[in-house]
Ligand binder design. Structure first.
Ligand SMILES: Cc1ncc(COP(=O)(O)O)c(C=O)c1O
Length: 454
C-alpha cells in the first residue's frame, strides 16, 4: 500500500467557529437590493414578512466574521468536518502532473452541502418563534436539507418542488417526507403564482420560489427559506472553504485554482470565498472558476442587471447576472443548476474579473462524472459533474504546460438519487441544449425598469 495520504481529516473541534463574510472585502460599494415598487433600496421592512431579523442582519452585515451559534455547530458535528480527498487515481487516469483535491460535501445526511445553511436558517427562525418554513426545491437537495433541519429544531416544513424534478426524483420526495416535510408539485394550484404559471407544467425554480414566498408572506408564524443566492446563504456555506484551508495546510499545498459548479452560487461561494478573501487581502494568485450549464448560461451569457429573484416578481430586485426572471430553462438533468439568476456577490466578482465563468454542456459533464466515478468511486451529483468537467480541462492545461498545478474543487453532493440521469446518459438520450440567441434576447426583454448597472 502506498504511504501517500489520500484523505485529509479534521477533528470535530476544528469545525469553524465563525462564518466568513466576504461583503466588506468586495471591491467597490455593494449595490443594494431594490424595492420594485419604489425603486428605493430594500430595507428590513421589505424582508421581515418572510425572513427573521437574525438572517436579515447577516444579509447586510459589514462584519468580516459572524459567530456560528453552538447549537448549530453541534448539529454540524453529525457530518462535519467533511473530508478533503486527493484524487490520486484520477490524476493517474488523466496522466496529468496536476494535484487534484476535492472537498466532499456528499457526506451530510441529505447528501449535499445544503444542510450547512438549512440548519443555520432553521436555528435563526426558531430563535424568533417561527413555527414553519416554506421553500422551493429543484432537484430536491435543498428541500430535503430543509426538511431535515426543521425536524432537528422541531419545526414544520413545506416544499414546492419543480415539476420536472418532482416527476424524475420520487426518492427525494420520499426523503423530504421521511424527515416530516410536505411536498407539492410546482406549479401547483395552491397559490395564485402557481395557477398563473400553469402552462409551464415542467416548472422552474423561479416559479417554485414565487409559490413559496406567497405562502410565507400570507401566514404569521411561517417564514420563507432560500437555499442559495442570498448573502446569508453564501455566508453559511463558508465552513467548506475554511475547513479546506486547514486541510490543504495538512497536505502542505495551496490551490492554484479553485472550482465549483454554480446554480445560484452557494456551494461555489462556500469553497471559494475564504480563499478569495486571502487573494483580496494578501494578494495570493489563486484563480477561481465557476462552472455553469450551457443550457442555463447565466454568468457567461446573461446580462448584469437588476432583476427579480423569482418568476412572478414578488422578491426585491437584485443586482446580478440574469437571463430574465421569466426565462424557464430547459429540463436539463442538473436540476439544481436551473436558475435564471445568480448570487449578487458572485455576480460582482465575475464582473470584476476575480472569478472566471465557464459554460459546460451536460453530456461533457456526465462523461467526466462517469470517468471520475470509475477512479474515485463516488458517483457525483449532476451539478458538481459540471465542476468536474472544468477540473479535467484544467488538468489537461497543466499537462500541456508541464506544470504541477494544484486544483481544488467542491464535490457538492452525490448522485445517488439522480441515477435516472446517468441511465439517460448511458442510453445516449441526453441532449446538449444550447440557448439560441433569439431566445436569450426575448427572455431579457422581461427585465424590470431599474437603474442600469455599469
Ligand atoms: C449537489 C448540488 N450542487 C450544487 C447545487 C447548485 O446550487 P448552488 O449554486 O447554490 O450551490 C445544488 C442545488 O440544488 C445541488 O443540489
Amino acid at each position: 500500500m502506498g504511504a501517500d495520504p489520500v484523505k485529509y481529516q479534521l477533528d470535530e473541534s476544528q469545525i469553524p467557529t465563525a462564518w466568513v463574510n466576504l461583503l466588506p472585502d468586495l471591491p467597490g460599494e455593494p449595490l443594494p437590493p431594490l424595492n420594485p415598487q419604489t425603486g428605493d433600496p430594500a430595507g428590513p421592512p421589505d424582508l421581515t414578512p418572510i425572513f427573521p431579523m437574525g438572517l436579515i442582519e447577516q444579509e447586510v452585515s459589514a462584519e468580516p466574521e459572524i459567530p456560528i451559534p453552538e447549537e448549530v455547530r453541534d448539529i454540524y458535528r453529525l457530518w462535519r468536518p467533511t473530508p478533503l480527498i486527493r484524487a490520486r487515481r484520477l490524476e493517474r487516469e488523466l496522466d496529468t502532473p496536476a494535484h487534484i483535491y476535492f472537498k466532499y460535501e456528499g457526506t451530510s445526511p441529505a447528501g449535499s452541502h445544503k444542510p450547512n445553511t438549512a440548519v443555520a436558517q432553521a436555528y435563526f427562525n426558531r430563535e424568533e418563534g417561527v413555527r414553519k418554513l416554506v421553500t422551493e426545491t429543484g432537484a430536491g437537495q435543498w428541500g430535503s436539507a430543509l426538511a431535515l433541519a426543521t425536524r432537528l429544531f422541531g419545526m414544520e416544513c413545506e416544499v414546492f418542488m419543480v415539476g420536472v424534478s418532482y416527476d424524475q426524483k420520487p426518492y427525494r420526495r420520499a426523503m423530504i417526507e421521511t424527515w416530516g416535510g410536505t411536498v407539492h408539485r410546482s406549479p401547483s394550484d395552491l397559490t395564485e403564482a402557481g395557477r398563473s404559471q400553469a402552462e409551464h407544467a415542467s416548472g422552474s425554480l423561479g416559479i417554485a420560489i414565487s409559490e413559496a414566498v406567497e405562502v410565507a408572506a400570507g401566514s404569521e408564524d411561517t417564514n420563507y427559506s432560500l437555499g442559495s443566492v442570498l448573502n446569508h446563504v453564501c455566508l453559511h456555506q463558508t465552513v467548506i472553504g475554511q475547513e479546506c484551508i486547514e486541510q490543504m495546510g495538512l497536505a502542505g499545498e495551496s490551490p492554484h485554482v479553485v472550482i465549483g459548479c454554480v446554480g445560484g452560487g452557494s456551494n461555489f461561494a462556500g469553497i471559494a470565498y475564504p480563499f478569495l478573501r486571502q487573494r483580496l487581502r494578501e494578494g495570493t494568485q489563486t484563480r477561481f472558476i465557476a462552472a455553469e450549464p450551457a443550457a442555463c448560461p447565466t454568468l457567461t451569457r446573461g446580462r448584469y442587471a437588476y432583476d427579480f429573484g423569482d418568476t412572478v416578481g414578488m422578491t426585491p430586485l437584485m443586482p446580478m447576472y440574469t437571463l430574465g426572471h421569466d426565462f424557464v430553462p430547459p429540463p436539463v438533468h442538473a436540476g439544481g443548476l436551473r436558475y435564471h439568476g445568480d448570487a449578487p456577490s458572485l455576480s460582482a466578482l465575475v464582473k470584476e474579473g476575480l472569478v472566471e465563468a465557464k459554460a459546460i454542456a451536460q453530456t461533457a459533464a456526465f462523461e467526466a462524472a462517469v470517468r471520475f466515478a470509475r477512479c474515485e468511486g463516488i458517483i457525483p451529483g449532476p451539478e458538481p459533474a459540471h465542476a468536474i468537467r472544468a477540473v479535467f480541462d484544467e488538468a489537461e492545461a497543466a499537462k500541456q504546460a508541464g506544470e504541477e498545478r494544484v486544483i481544488l474543487f467542491n464535490l457538492s453532493g452525490h448522485g445517488h438519487f439522480d441515477m435516472s440521469a446517468y441511465t439517460a446518459y448511458f442510453a445516449g438520450e441526453l441532449e446538449d441544449l444550447e440557448m439560441p440567441d433569439e431566445e436569450l434576447a426575448a427572455a431579457l426583454e422581461s427585465l424590470p425598469e431599474a437603474p442600469a448597472l455599469a
